[in-house]
Design a protein around this ligand. Structure first.
Ligand code: SF4
Length: 973
């Protein structure tokens, strides 16, 4: 059935429901569906037991909200807790959650599989043999924590703070752990972001000072997506439902995706470009809008930093807007449709149709790119920069149907304690070669360790699996098995992973219904917070039980990080002499440990506008309210924050500079919302930037150094990249014009809609739906190679090869192959996830690593009878092992796409074979490192990084200074 017919039927059903007098759910979901139990009855909800059919047996449930932990969207879930057995029977959507509005993707309800998985880790484990040998012994939490805390304390006492590192995969929370690390005084935060979204972030950050867009899809007339947002994009379910709403209204959808993804199948225009050529297409559209004058002149004049561009790049010419417009026409005149056609393979004729659509949107153009092209290509950060150029031209910024800066649609409350910025700078994560990197250079860590740039005393991996997820996994294994490089590896994980196999401690963490976290994400023009909670703990407390910590209610000895960090911090600093313990003490009962109830109770009572009133109206405390409903909408219709006037009391001794920036001596007002906004430099007299002068008003502007949208990035120009200071096009490292004639482009970045990196390995429903990752191959290429669907092919990268099955499909461009990165899980012995991990032999000869499949997945006995019903054997191929690192010299993003040679399998090749040369991998790392422009040579002010750029954990300003480099004066940046 096509989308239009489906939409008609849905609308008709709604009309009928209304005619019958049915009502819409009154909560934030604002959608019709009697399927949501009314919240007044959540304490005692009755359903018929489906398994007892045809007998009508009633089951009584307490519905307890939490949020999904299976991707970054944090959709609301309702756990159905059986009042008789006190077990979670199912998880469905929470209609009180303003972002997800009662809906989930398949991965939300599959949380049930994760918590009941027979292979899950239930107790703390310590390795019993050599690291990676696979032998484990159970250990008490006390033993594990004392050991870990002792080592951390020793490192701190001995002045080795940079040997403590916390490396996070899925954060799923807003800042709790960063504050833990700040309290310890370490610059020890490491993230996965540079293998995920740094490319996308950089393009946005250089434009608007904030590194994410918040597209208002629901109100757009034209939606332009670069990637597969409808099935697996960023904030997938909340965005997807709003895209579909817009389509129901008649909005048009343009999708740039080299694969015919499920998203592309919903598009009015599907463009399948040569990977990496997306900016060429976007700039050709921009050129046409500029040439025709079909852009919002007022918006550009008011909000772009065109004066700064003229002052820096054309100081001799007239400093007028008309002159800027003339130069703008010149700047993009080379990006013709014909040029874009040559670069992208998309015909000029199609591009002309697309530009008409974009031009027709006016300010109702919502656009989004995240991983995808921005994550695949050298210079991928120019994809988001070129995409946002279209919004900035049409004035489709912070208006209905346009794109908002993320921080305006996000609410992060002020917590009980805010420890100071650490006095340290960790060059293992923020090396000086990459001063503009959006996030930690995490994927280079094994190479940095091998080069002797440092060592780690205590290394936490937390819901992170770099051996499997990152490129160059064998280099990770080499680093993790070297105890001189990594003294103690602690894996905090709910699920077995290829990385946990190389840990010293494996500590069991909770899934989405077993832990506390707080979050808020930009999903529409509003602000909400949502509360993840251990649902059985809440249910049992509501029934009058007194419980200790979260372990009391979780299976086995599964814990959560919030309480773990409090406990560990007390053990690091038992007498408070290090100044750490005070950030983990109760404010209500000095000298006692902080509890999660006090921590969140304080936030909800003091830092969330409107929540105390809403709670009081129901006779609840704010904490009780959040435990009962799980989410709260702080604001709706936030609108254009940049256009808000700056209040007079903030304009103390205000000074307006030649670019219209307004500086003040007034203190920054204390705000409940602590979204980490960039901090532009003060003026020469120490005043802080407070806004911009537009006509006769002083208004907020954007959190950039200029206070305006930075079409021209003085930061890029000053820090060594003047040629990329305006939105442009950098030809990808895999563009056919630069690779060998016998090479193809491998797209390795796409997600499967029902899989979640590491954690879905224990979700049986998801594994049954999707468990393999064949290589997409166009029929023309298949014919050339003499390969048919299901036959084996060998894919050769720069450092090795993998052997995979072919899937011949017209859904991919000729010359390009694609393989999802979500599959290919493995274990070397019995320990691991048996329903999704093949058992392999891992070998290392002097020259090469190899991995060969010993046994496939097969049925097994367990407490869950479904494990005997496993019918699949194939779990895909771990292609990421064969990729060398490709750090983008500007954004720091790993450029995932590979130039590969694809051939029919060779004699002796077996499905799933991997072969890799890690010496060669190190050489390629060195080659890409040479592209970097280090701060020592290029920083204009003797610092390691522009202070205004975001960092998840920001050190003190002093720590920014480069040692031994003259300068150190805070300048432009
Ligand atoms: S989109 Fe799916 S996986 Fe992500 S939070 Fe929502 S329900 Fe969970």
């Amino acid at each position: 059935m096509n989308v239009e017919r489906l939409n008609e039927r849905v609308s008709a059903a709604r009309r009928e429901a209304l005619a019958r007098g049915d009502t819409f759910y009154p909560g934030p979901s604002r959608v019709h569906l009697a399927a949501f139990p009314p919240k007044e009855r959540w304490d005692d909800w009755v359903e018929l037991d489906s398994r007892s059919w045809p007998e009508r047996r009633e089951r009584r449930f307490m519905l307890v909200p939490t949020t999904c932990f299976n991707c970054e969207s944090a959709c609301g879930l309702l756990a159905y807790v059986d009042r008789e057995t006190l077990q979670v029977r199912k998880l469905e959507g929470n209609p009180e959650h303003p972002g997800s509005r009662g809906r989930n993707c398949a991965k939300g309800p599959a949380t049930l599989n994760q918590i009941t998985d027979p292979d899950r880790i239930l107790y703390p484990l310590r390795r019993a043999g050599a690291r990676g040998e696979g032998r484990w012994e159970r250990v008490s939490w006390d033993e594990a924590l004392d050991d870990i805390a002792g080592r951390i304390r020793r490192a701190l006492d001995e002045g080795r703070p940079n040997e403590i590192m916390y490396h996070v995969g899925r954060p799923g929370e807003d800042g709790y752990t960063e504050r833990v690390l700040a309290a310890w005084g370490v610059d020890g935060h490491n993230s996965h972001t540079n293998i995920c979204s740094s490319g996308g972030r950089a393009g946005y950050a250089f434009w608007m000072g904030l590194d994410r867009p918040s597209p208002d899809h629901a109100n757009a007339d034209v939606i332009l997506l670069i990637s597969a947002h409808l099935e697996s994009g960023h904030y997938f379910n909340p965005h997807a439902q709003r895209v579909i709403e817009a389509k129901q209204r008649g909005a048009k959808l343009i999708v740039l995706d080299t694969r015919l993804s499920n998203t592309a199948t919903h598009a009015d225009h599907w463009l399948s470009p040569i990977p990496g050529s997306e900016p060429a297409i976007l700039l050709a559209i921009a050129d046409e809008l500029i040439r025709r004058g079909a852009y919002d002149r007022d918006f550009v004049r008011h909000w772009w930093n065109w004066q700064e561009y003229l002052a820096c790049e054309h100081p001799e010419g007239p400093q007028t807007f008309e002159e800027f417009e003339r130069l703008l026409r010149e700047l993009y005149s080379a990006y013709t449709f014909e040029f874009a056609e040559r670069e992208s393979g998309i015909s000029a004729e199609v591009l002309r149709e697309v530009v008409e659509l974009v031009a027709s949107a006016g300010s109702r153009l919502s656009t989004h790119t995240w991983r995808s092209a921005a994550a695949g290509n050298l210079g991928g950060w120019q994809v988001s920069r070129a995409l946002f150029l279209l919004n900035a031209l049409l004035g489709a910024v912070a208006v209905e149907g346009g794109v908002y800066p993320n921080a305006w649609n996000k609410f992060v409350p002020r917590p009980l304690y805010v420890p100071p910025h650490p006095q340290a700078w960790n060059e293992l994560t923020w090396p000086t070669e990459y001063p503009l990197a959006m996030n930690e250079m995490s994927f280079l860590l094994p190479h940095f360790l091998k080069e002797g740039r440092g060592r780690l005393e205590v290394y936490f991996t937390r819901v992170y699996n770099p051996v499997w997820t990152n490129p160059d996994g064998f280099s990770w294994i080499e680093a993790l098995t070297d105890e001189d490089l990594v003294g103690l590896h602690v894996a905090l994980t709910p699920t077995w992973s290829e990385t946990a196999f190389f840990a010293d401690y494996v500590l069991p963490m909770g899934h989405g219904s077993e832990r506390h976290d707080l979050h808020s994400y930009e999903q529409y023009d509003g602000q909400w917070i949502a509360f993840r909670q251990p649902v059985l703990r809440t249910a049992r407390s509501r029934l009058g039980e007194t419980l200790g910590d979260t372990r009391d209610a979780n299976p086995g000895e599964v814990w959560e990080e919030n309480e773990l960090w409090i406990e560990l911090s007390w053990r690091i600093d038992p007498d408070g002499s290090l100044g750490i313990r005070r950030y983990f003490e109760s404010a209500e009962h000095p000298g006692e440990k902080l509890t999660v109830d006090e921590y969140y109770g304080h936030i909800f009572s003091h830092s969330v506008p409107g929540l105390p009133t809403a709670a009081a109206a129901e006779g609840l405390t704010p904490l009780e309210y959040m435990r009962r409903y799980g989410a709260f909408e702080v604001a709706r219709g936030v609108g254009p924050v940049h256009a808000q006037p700056v209040p007079a009391d903030e304009l103390v001794d205000a000074h307006v500079d030649e670019l219209g920036r307004v500086y003040t001596r007034a203190e920054k007002p204390a705000s409940a919302n602590v979204v980490p906004l960039p901090t532009p430099d003060p003026d020469e007299e120490g005043r802080r930037l407070v806004g911009v002068a537009v006509d006769d008003d002083v208004i907020r502007g954007f959190p950039t150094p200029s206070g305006r949208l930075e079409f021209y990035s003085r930061t890029l120009a000053a820090w060594g990249w003047p040629e990329h200071a305006v939105p442009g096009y950098i030809r990808s490292h895999v563009h056919p014009a630069t690779t060998g004639e016998d090479q193809m482009i491998l797209i390795s970045t796409f997600r499967l809609p029902v899989q979640i990196h590491t954690r879905s390995a224990n979700a049986k429903w998801l594994d049954e739906i999707a468990h393999t990752n064949p290589l997409w191959l166009h029929p023309r290429d298949a014919e050339r190679l003499g390969v048919r669907t299901g036959e084996l092919v060998r894919v050769e990268t720069e450092i090795g090869h993998f052997v995979v099955k072919a899937w011949v499909t017209e859904g991919i461009r000729p010359g390009v192959v694609a393989c999802s990165h979500h599959m290919g899980r493995w274990k070397t012995g019995e320990t691991g996830q048996r329903q999704s991990m093949a058992t392999v032999d891992l070998d290392r000869s002097p020259e090469r690593w190899s991995l060969r499949r010993r046994t496939d997945v097969r049925p097994f006995d367990s407490a869950d009878p479904d494990t005997r019903r496993i019918w699949w054997t194939d779990v895909g191929v771990h292609q990421n092992l064969t990729f060398p690192v490709h750090p983008d010299p500007v954004s720091g993003m790993h450029c995932w796409h590979q130039a590969v040679r694809v051939t029919a399998a060779q004699p002796g090749d077996a499905y799933g074979d991997i072969s890799v040369d890690t010496e060669r991998a190190h050489e390629i790392y060195r080659r890409w490192l040479e592209l970097a422009r280090p701060a020592e040579q290029h920083a204009p002010d003797g610092t390691r990084r522009p202070y205004w750029l975001l960092r998840p954990l920001k050190p003190s300003r002093d720590a920014y200074r480069l040692p031994g480099v003259p300068g150190g004066v805070e300048g432009e940046g």
